[in-house]
Design a protein around this ligand. Structure first.
Ligand code: DC
Length: 220
């Protein structure tokens, strides 16, 4: 059976960066589940599907032509790696993520990522709903200020135009929506390791997570 490690947490907590680095060290695959929700949001916008047209969104989520290759994401053979990373795409993703039928449609996408020797899956409900059987679960947090700061840097590096004040507001609205929704809300699994990365360097977090994973999966 492939090993599974889950990393959940709010936006800007560093999940993506940490998941990639931990997976690289272990020689495992990663699942960026947020990218799937972002893709549905973008595909819906491009197809002109209304945000409340649940049957159409469900069909789209099931059948979308999405490919992850060499760090790039393609939708209908078009490179959308940058297009799905904007705050607008994040907000659209957070909204469609409240629809149970969309979450259900993305279940098989997510479970299809499991491969030998292992998978590091990151998102909001990886340890609670998608992979409750995971051997090691991490819930990564950071203060709201730090998360906004990190997000700001990330978006600036991508050459996107961002305003710190509106970013703080958008992040807190998105977290609120993700944590309060009825289905699969953002929350720590009861058996997750809680890690606050506010005052930790990336390397430190990676070391801590790897140490925990090795403790939970002896013989790695
Ligand atoms: O991790 P991210 O910022 O790329 O995720 C974008 C949105 O997708 C997030 O605000 C909520 C939704 N999401 C979700 O509901 N469940 C997941 N496992 C991952 C993301």
């Amino acid at each position: 059976m492939p090993h599974i490690v889950t990393i959940d947490g709010p936006s800007g907590s560093g999940k993506g960066t940490i998941a990639s680095l931990v997976a690289e060290k272990l020689g495992w695959r990663t699942l960026d589940s947020g990218a799937l929700y972002r893709l549905v949001g973008l595909a819906a916008e491009r197809a002109g599907i209304a945000p409340d047209d649940v049957p159409a969104l469900q069909k789209l989520a099931k059948n979308m032509d999405a490919v992850f290759r060499d760090g790039h994401v393609f939708l209908d053979n078009i490179d959308v790696t940058d297009a799905i990373r904007t705050e607008q795409a994040g907000n659209a993703a957070s909204k469609i993520a409240t629809i149970p039928e969309v979450r259900e449609a993305l279940l098989s996408w997510q479970q299809g990522y499991v491969r030998e020797p292992g998978l590091v899956a990151e998102g909001r409900d990886m340890g609670t709903v998608i992979f409750p059987e995971a051997r090691a679960k991490i819930f990564l947090t950071a203060s709201a200020g730090k998360r906004a700061e990190r997000r700001y840097k990330q978006l600036k590096e991508k050459g996107l135009d961002v305003n710190m004040e509106s970013l703080v507001e958008e992040i807190s609205m998105r977290d609120e929506r993700d944590a309060r929704r009825a289905v699969s809300p953002l929350k720590a699994a009861p058996d997750a390791l809680l890690l606050d990365s506010s005052n930790m360097a990336v390397d430190e977090v990676v070391e801590k997570v790897l140490g925990y994973v090795k403790e939970r999966i002896p013989g790695l």
